[in-house]
Design a protein around this ligand. Structure first.
Ligand code: TXA
Ligand code: MG
Length: 317
C-alpha cells in the first residue's frame, strides 16, 4: 500500500469515509483514525499498529450532540467535565450504547469519548461526518507520534493516508477519566490535570495504578504499558548525577554544567515544553543510536503527574 501524505483534511476525510485508515494531528498526539461505525475499518487499526485487541479505542467527536449516539447515559459528573473541558485533551469514559462495536470497547460496557480542540482536527472530523476511533498513530509499544514524520516512520505502507500538520502542541496523550461511578477516577494522566478536574468535582481521584506507578518507582511486581524508545530510560534528580558514558542523552529542566560525553541534550523551558518535547526526543535518541536516556524528575503535581507517568513507563523495560 502506498501511503498518501497530504495537507488536505478533505482528502484525508475521504479515506475515512471509504473505510480506510488515515492518521491525523490532534492537540495531544497524532491519531490513527477509522470510521467508528465501520467494523471492517476499525479492525484494520489493530493490524496496522500491531495492537492487542483487549485495549479499547477512543471515539473522537466534533459536537456534544454526538455523545448521545454513543453513550447510554451521561452522569452529572460527566456533564460538568464536558461543559468545562470539551473541546480539549480530555477523554471521558461513559456507559456505552449497544450500537458501539465491542471491537472498539474491547468487550467492555463503557466507551471513551473525546472532542479534540485543535482546529485542523475539528475540520477533519467535520469532513469525516462520522465519529472517528483513533488510538495514537504509532506501532504498538513505541512512543506516541508528535510529528507526521514519526507517523510515517512507524506506519508508512501500512495505512492509506497521513494528514500532515505541525508538531502537536501538548505532546502527551489525553487525560482519561472514568465517569461511570459516583466518583470520577483518572485512569490516565494528561494535560487536563487532577487539580483542574478537582476544581469542578472535588472528589475526583487518581486510579491506584497511577499513584503507585509514580510513587513506587522500583516496585517490580507492577505492570506498565510501555511508551518506550529502544534506549534504556533512567530517572535522575539532576543532570550532575549522569555518569560519564558514551551514547547517553539527557532531557530535563536543569542545564547540565558540563555536557561531557552526552550525545543529545534537550533543556526544556518549563513543564509544558518538557511534555511537548519528550516523545520526539525519545525518537531522536533512537535515530542517534543513544543507549541511555536520562530524564530529570519533576514533582508529580499539575502536568508533572502525566509527564512522570510516561517517563516511568518508558523506564520499565
Ligand atoms: O490523546 C489521545 O487520547 C490520543 C489522540 C489520538 O486522541 N489517543 C490515544 O489513544 O492516546 P490510545 O488508544 O493510544 O489510548 C487510549 C487509552 C488507552 O489507555 C485505553 O486503555 C483507554 O484510553 N481507554 C479507551 N477506552 C476505554 C474504556 N472504555 N475504558 C477504559 N479505558 C479506555
Ligand atoms: Mg497509544
Amino acid at each position: 500500500m502506498i501511503t498518501r501524505i497530504t495537507t488536505s483534511s478533505r482528502i484525508a476525510a475521504a479515506f475515512i469515509r471509504n473505510g480506510s485508515l488515515a492518521a491525523f494531528p490532534t492537540e495531544t498526539v497524532y491519531g490513527l483514525g477509522a470510521d467508528a461505525f465501520n467494523e471492517k475499518a476499525v479492525r484494520k487499526i489493530f493490524i496496522a499498529k500491531g495492537r492487542p485487541s483487549d485495549n479499547p479505542l477512543i471515539v473522537h467527536i466534533t459536537s456534544t450532540s454526538e455523545i448521545e449516539r454513543l453513550a447510554k447515559r451521561i452522569p452529572a459528573t460527566a456533564e460538568k467535565f464536558i461543559a468545562t473541558f470539551f473541546p480539549g485533551p480530555l477523554t471521558i469514559i461513559l456507559p456505552k450504547r449497544e450500537n458501539v462495536s465491542p471491537l472498539i470497547t474491547a468487550g467492555l460496557f463503557t466507551v471513551g469519548i473525546r472532542m479534540p480542540g485543535h482546529t485542523v482536527t475539528q475540520k477533519f472530523l467535520h469532513e469525516c461526518g462520522t465519529p472517528v476511533v483513533a488510538p495514537s498513530a504509532n506501532r504498538s509499544g513505541r512512543p506516541s507520534p508528535t510529528t507526521w514524520q514519526a507517523v510515517k516512520h512507524d506506519l508508512d505502507g501500512r495505512i492509506a493516508c497521513i494528514l500532515k500538520d505541525d508538531q502537536t502542541e501538548v505532546g502527551l496523550e489525553s487525560t482519561v477519566v472514568d465517569c461511570t461511578g459516583s466518583i470520577p477516577i483518572i485512569l490516565r494522566a494528561g494535560a487536563v490535570t487532577l487539580e483542574q478536574l478537582r476544581k469542578i468535582i472535588p472528589a475526583t481521584r487518581v486510579a491506584d495504578h497511577l499513584r503507585h506507578g509514580v510513587r513506587a518507582a522500583k516496585s517490580p511486581g507492577l505492570k506498565y504499558r510501555h511508551y518506550a524508545p529502544k534506549a534504556r530510560v533512567a530517572i535522575v534528580s539532576s543532570p550532575e548525577e549522569i555518569p560519564p558514558a558514551t551514547a547517553s542523552a539527557y532531557i530535563g529542566l536543569a542545564q547540565p554544567v558540563s555536557r561531557h560525553t552526552l550525545k543529545l541534550v534537550r533543556v526544556c523551558r518549563n513543564l509544558s515544553d518538557y511534555a511537548h518535547s519528550l516523545f520526539l526526543f525519545f525518537r531522536q535518541c533512537d535515530e542517534a543510536h543513544v543507549q541511555r536516556i536520562y530524564c530529570q524528575v519533576v514533582p508529580d503535581t499539575g502536568l508533572g503527574l502525566a509527564l512522570m507517568d510516561r517517563i516511568m513507563r518508558a523506564s520499565q523495560k
